[in-house]
Design a protein around this ligand. Structure first.
Ligand SMILES: [Zn+2]
Length: 65
C-alpha cells in the first residue's frame, strides 16, 4: 500500500512520463482507498489540462499588421 506522499509523487510523475504498469496499479489502488488523494489527482489532471490548453493556444496576433 502506497503512502499518500508516494501517491502524490506518482500523480505528478504521470504528467511527465508514462507510469510503469506497477506504478499505475499502485496509484490506482491507493486512489480507490484514499479520498484525499482522489481529489488531489483530479486537481493534478485539471491543472495539466489547463496547462496543455494554454501551450496549444496559437500566439496572439496583435503584432501582425
Ligand atoms: Zn492518500
Amino acid at each position: 500500500m502506497l503512502m499518500c506522499k508516494e501517491a502524490t509523487r506518482l500523480m505528478s510523475l504521470k504528467l511527465d512520463r508514462k507510469l510503469t504498469f506497477q506504478e499505475r496499479v499502485s496509484l490506482r489502488l491507493h486512489l480507490t482507498m484514499c479520498h484525499a488523494c482522489r481529489q488531489c489527482d483530479q486537481q493534478f489532471t485539471l491543472l495539466h489540462k489547463i496547462k496543455n490548453r494554454l501551450s496549444l493556444e496559437p500566439p496572439q496576433e496583435e503584432n501582425r499588421k
